[in-house]
Write a protein that binds this ligand. Sequence first.
Ligand SMILES: O=C(OCc1ccccc1)c1cn[nH]c1
Length: 244
Amino acid sequence: MRLDILSIFPEYFAPLDVSLIGKARERGTLDVRVHQLRDWAHDVHRTVDDTPYGGGPGMVMKPEVWGEAIDSVIGDGAPRMIVPTPSGRPFTQELAQELAAEPWLLFACGRYEGIDSRVMAEYGSRLRVDEVSIGDYVLAGGEVAVLVMVEAVGRLLPGVLGNAQSAVDDSFAPGSMQNLVEGPVYTKPPVWRGHEVPAVLLSGHHGKVARWRRDEALRRTVRNRPELAAALDPETLDKHDRKL
Ligand SMILES: O=C(OCc1ccccc1)c1cn[nH]c1
């Protein structure tokens, strides 16, 4: 997968050189290219923003700079374009899986009050353009949201995660974990400061362990995410039972 990221703070993406993503890059699974948006701002101050039409506080990112930058980065190619913004569609594990199947993603990091809307309109006629929100809060810019999405997508790529199975069992993963969060996890020692690991997990009885995990996942979902639990139809609950 090729990833292009356009930002006025390319240094935000140094973390992509480490850990899982770093290894995927070394392996060639991921080809990440970070670009300084200001390289396409030609005035002496390399200005990328201006005051908003209609008035109001803050600044808006200029369409000309974005147009030149995107044209230069994509040529006549057609990546899927993702623009992080609080007003976007929710980023979910399902969308992460969808993006993980894309051969080429272009992330446009907005700052200030956002990017002139005509940029998304201009490229929307030629590319799949999605404005995406990672949550209902406002950040200073899209960079951190891109780091979140790149990690969520990158870990789903073949060979990136040590154990491919663990992605299948992720919280929210479509299929048996849809609308469910994962339950508690444990490792050695069997007793720590008087706290014992639930006996079923030491029983070696895989059916009982799977059922216990499903029940704990349900319990935690009801406690922490009642709105998801409400979405669990009896069929899903039953499937868990049948699956076990
Ligand atoms: O703040 C965010 O993106 C940066 C941004 C982009 C455009 C205008 C203001 C801020 C964001 C919050 N959830 N998901 C994304």
